[in-house]
Design a protein. Structure first.
Length: 596
């Protein structure tokens, strides 16, 4: 750890520094590395700190930024929209200032890179000009808005070209038309088409950044730092969790529609639930809505869906919405910052990034067990839901696990129904006897088609059904689709997800069917339920190699069996019960012995 006085241009690899003082006309070039500065950075007049090729700046120590100076830090980020489509942003920098602390941002601080160090200022197109241009970089100020504690469309605030975007405030910006073949040394042109590179130049944000939220109101915010943000850590921070509900929302838009008329837009907000700080979280893309010119949802069917993305690490510049569950504040902290370079499947700005060679060490996320349920509505669009299996989850609303449908106002829709609310993600503690209710809304005669689209760490032998309460029927949605028609209305207790078909066969078959085996990782126990009183003579547990790791004999007849799994390593095992008439009842179980 040391203090550095810079008098000339240097290239730096990974460094940990206490403080940095940049003298006038000095520069530092950081390429494909992390620069960690424990305390403050002073950028004197005409000095520059260049972060290039996925380089990032992380600071620590201070809860209040003490960065100062009239020089600037420069960091790139590429948008993913053309001149008709929005990206949601949050700036990692503010205006240069000799006063310590974070400062406001405006789009005049964006530039077009021409070399690895040189940039040309952005042309700010005035109100009434609607199409951004890639070369020379020209941004239409008509589309620069922010949103603070709002519950309707009219509360979006026009920012335009003004530098009035506070640290931690997000903003909307449409992209540019045309292409820009200039490559400022990163191996990718400034704009190959619909992916404009922007040069953010100013004083780097640092320390605690506080954002105010209102109950049942949406605020546009985002990653406010020149490094990746560990979104799970931010959302589940005890000071933030109760105010945010532990959920973030991301705008996605149908990019095949080229129009500036709001009534032509197709888009919506995807929901991200972090689950816990060590998991990859779950993201459910939006079902695209149509909108009226006043910003309210057009009463008609959805029109497509967004893309499934990894959201655990929010890249530099990424904006997202928070929907307040109470009045209060949330705080972005240096402790939430992390070095994660922007790669497909790890940290992605708004949509899928180009596949790149992995150049960094990554944490192994804690595996989640869940499946995605697709509900196709009138063969027009699909609502996707995710059901996660977590020993710590309750049947009520769990912040950070259950994600509300923030724009649940489609006239025809399917959601989880939890505590009188519509949810896109639900977590439960797995119990094969449970039935999980779905809320179905139909404005006209509607055809629904249910099917599991993806299983993640889910027992391949476990059946999944839709239970239709109207005729007490069970329908396999693991291996086939269930199609049903409903008349107009709202159905909150007709359709349920079930794991056991209670209508099967003879009494003997019912006994076998109702013999349920599962792993309780909280209590570190394999459990079996025997409600029909089958006579059982032995139990064995095999590891994946076929080795017996646990066995019991003379079990006799009992309604429940419990076997401790303390000391067993993480992995898939085969549980086998043998009845007195030599029927083998087997089940794959995932043993993780989680304390969470």
């Amino acid at each position: 750890m040391k203090k550095i006085l810079l008098l000339f241009f240097i290239i730096i690899s990974t460094k940990s520094i206490s403080q940095i003082y940049f003298s006038t006309n000095s520069s530092m070039y950081v390429k494909n590395e992390v620069l960690y500065v424990q305390q403050n950075i002073h950028l004197n007049t005409d000095s520059n700190l260049y972060l290039r090729n996925n380089a990032q700046l992380i600071q620590g120590g201070n809860s209040t930024s003490t960065n100062t100076g009239l020089g600037s830090m420069s960091v790139y980020q590429e948008g993913t929209s053309d001149n008709y489509d929005y990206n949601y942003w949050c700036s990692p920098i503010g205006a240069p200032s000799n006063t310590a602390g974070n400062t406001n941002f405006g789009i005049s601080m964006l530039g077009r890179p021409t070399t690895s160090t040189a940039t040309t200022p952005t042309v700010i197109l005035p109100a009434g000009s609607y199409d951004g241009i890639s070369n020379p970089l020209s941004i239409a100020s008509s589309w620069i808005y922010k949103l603070i504690n709002a519950n309707n469309y009219s509360q979006w605030m026009l920012v335009g070209g003004a530098s009035t975007i506070a640290p931690g405030e997000g903003f909307t910006m449409k992209g540019t038309s045309g292409t820009d073949a200039v490559d400022p040394s990163e191996g990718v042109s400034n704009n190959p088409g619909g992916a404009q590179r922007y040069d953010f130049r100013g004083k780097p944000n640092d320390g605690d950044i506080i954002v105010t939220l209102g109950a049942n109101s949406a605020t546009l915010t985002g990653n406010p730092y020149p490094s990746a943000l560990h979104l799970n850590e931010f959302l589940l921070d005890p000071t933030n969790r109760t105010i945010t509900g532990g959920t973030a929302f991301f705008w996605q838009q149908d990019r095949t529609i080229d129009s500036h008329y709001l009534s032509a837009y197709r888009g919506g907000y995807g929901s991200y639930a972090p689950i816990n700080t060590t998991s990859e979280g779950i993201y459910i893309p939006p079902t695209f809505n149509a909108y009226k010119q006043d910003g309210t949802v057009n009463p008609g069917p959805g029109s497509g869906t967004g893309t499934i993305l990894q959201r655990r690490y929010a890249p530099i510049g990424q904006g997202f919405l928070l929907n307040g569950t109470a009045n209060g504040t949330v705080t972005f902290k240096n402790a939430h910052r992390v070095l994660f370079k922007e790669l497909a499947g790890v940290s992605q700005f708004e949509k899928r990034a180009q596949t790149q060679k992995k150049t960094q060490e990554t944490e192994d996320p804690e595996p989640l067990s869940y499946f995605r349920l697709n509900a196709m509505i009138n063969n027009q669009f699909t609502r996707q839901l995710a059901l996660a299996f977590l020993p710590e989850a309750t049947d009520g609303v769990d912040s950070g696990i259950d994600a509300i449908n923030m724009t649940g106002d489609l006239p025809d829709d399917v959601n989880f129904w939890i505590e009188d609310g519509n949810y896109l993600i639900q977590g439960i503690a797995f119990d094969p006897s449970k039935k999980i209710p779905l809320a179905v809304k139909a404005s006209v005669n509607t055809t629904l088609k249910f099917k599991i689209s993806e299983f993640i760490n889910f027992d391949a032998s476990q059946a999944v059904y839709i239970y239709d309460k109207s005729d007490e029927s069970y329908h396999d949605i693991k291996n086939a689709s269930y199609e049903v028609s409903v008349t107009p209305g709202t159905y909150k207790d007709r359709f349920l997800i079930a794991f056991v078909d209670q209508t099967l066969g003879t009494e003997e078959n019912l006994g076998v069917q109702n013999f349920i085996i599962y792993q309780d990782n909280v209590n570190r126990t394999i459990k079996a339920s025997n409600p029909n009183g089958l006579a059982v003579k032995s139990f064995k547990l095999y590891d994946i190699t076929g080795k017996t790791v646990l066995s019991k004999k003379d079990l006799k007849t009992d309604s429940n069996y419990n076997f401790p799994t303390i000391g067993l390593s993480y992995g898939i095992y085969i549980a086998e019960f043998l009845t007195d008439d030599n029927q083998k009842l087997t089940k794959k179980v995932l043993i993780s012995n989680s304390d969470k």
